[in-house]
Design a protein around this ligand. Structure first.
Ligand code: XMP
Length: 375
């Protein structure tokens, strides 16, 4: 097969068992890409499709039992799908020897902490420990603007909080010196790849739960979703009986709103961003767009100001960027064509209701060349 630019865009030589393509059959925008892969796997390589969600659950439960044995584990919950599914899997495997830890680092969206406390526990019956660490994270992030540094700091602080929580759990259980050895994380395959963990892949960014772990980590990691993509994780979640609102929640990055503030993270800026984010989610849901859209980061350009006019006065406020995207698995994405009237409502509400914001802009870049998040 050839294109105008590539003399050999696709080739096969059955006798010599040679097959190759010069494009990405695995990304959703490639027409017939799945057929190409299926043909290669079934016909050329002789593979059989035994990878089903039921098999994954059974297989992982067995593997987790083998890894953890009769010891204790903790699992950090973020409020997102990945950690919820990882926790539910491990709970099925080891029951009440798992304690979930929810770190309220102050970088969460409005209502998120309450939702985890209520919904997750109701759905799984897992035991949950909530740690208020807002001051700790804000202090550690003071003065920091570099995105990679933010991720590393957040990864480190998370672990320090987990270590403290693990000591308290052991003390409360009254089991003497037996420390919690295992930490469960909802790391997915794309996180592994983008953190440079795959074969021959570049380190695009350090996802806090992979690339950002401190070197002196005391825990052994349990990562039951490490080989899965998001759509598979959602199906595993459904298989495990998690509620639809939890399974279909928009992805939210572990470092939270910290990587949606371009500039230093402060309590005041978080407050502003939380308010704008809540309006966007409310209006997208009202318009029935929350399933069609993969996620919609709302980004605060904290170091940029522009002149505006509101009421009778001149303002000098910050711009907010809306980043609605459609995607299958976050590896590639397109900007979502949100109807103008929905955008108009969002813009009016944000400029009227959120202090210090006098401009709302829309990001119309696909991924690549952009990423979904800004930092
Ligand atoms: P990007 O910005 O790389 O995002 O196109 C791809 C997906 O990953 C999420 N994301 C993160 N998740 N820790 C996480 O747990 C991170 O540091 C992080 N950075 C990005 C992002 O929201 C999107 O779904």
């Amino acid at each position: 097969g050839q294109t105008a630019d590539a003399p050999v865009a696709a080739m096969e030589h059955r006798d010599r068992a040679l097959y190759g393509v010069q494009f990405h059959p695995e990304v959703v925008h490639t027409e017939h890409g799945r057929a190409v892969l299926q043909h290669f796997l079934y016909e050329a390589a002789g593979c059989r499709p035994t990878w089903t969600m039921v098999n994954i659950v059974e297989d992982q439960v067995a593997r987790i039992r083998a890894q953890i044995g009769s010891k204790r584990a903790i699992c950090g919950l973020s409020g997102g799908v990945d950690s919820a599914v990882a926790a539910a899997l491990v709970q099925r495997a080891i029951g009440d020897r798992l304690t979930c830890v929810f770190v309220d680092h102050g970088l969460l969206r409005q209502g998120e902490a309450e939702q985890v406390e209520k919904d997750f526990v109701a759905a799984t019956g897992a035991s949950l420990k909530v740690v208020d660490a807002q001051e700790r994270f804000l202090t550690a992030l003071a003065g920091v603007t570099d995105p990679e540094t933010k991720r590393k700091i957040i990864g480190r602080e998370f672990i320090r909080v987990f270590e403290q929580a693990a000591r308290e759990i052991v003390a409360e259980a009254g089991e003497g010196d037996e420390a919690v050895e295992f930490l469960v994380q909802g790391t997915l395959y794309p996180d592994v790849v983008e953190s440079g963990g795959g074969n021959g892949t570049a380190n695009i960014k350090s996802h806090h739960n992979v690339g950002g772990l401190p070197d002196d980590l005391q825990f052994t990691l349990v990562e039951p979703l490490r080989e899965l993509f998001k759509d598979e994780v959602r199906r595993v979640g459904e298989e495990l009986g998690l509620p639809a609102e939890m399974v279909w929640r928009h992805p939210f990055p572990g470092p939270g709103l910290a990587i949606r503030i371009v500039g230093e993270v402060t309590a005041e800026r978080l407050e502003i961003l939380r308010a704008a984010d809540a309006i966007v989610r409310e209006e997208l849901t009202r318009a029935g767009l929350d399933r069609a859209i993969w996620q919609c980061p709302v980004v605060l350009l904290a170091d940029v100001r522009s002149v505006g006019v509101q009421g009778d006065g001149r303002t000098y406020g910050h711009p907010i960027v809306l980043r609605p995207v459609t995607s299958e698995d976050a590896r590639t994405a397109d900007w979502a064509r949100v109807p103008y009237d929905v955008l108009a409502t969002i813009s009016n509400r944000i400029t009227n209701e959120v202090p210090d914001i006098n401009r709302v802009t829309l990001d119309i870049t696909s991924k690549p060349p952009g990423t979904i998040e800004w930092e």
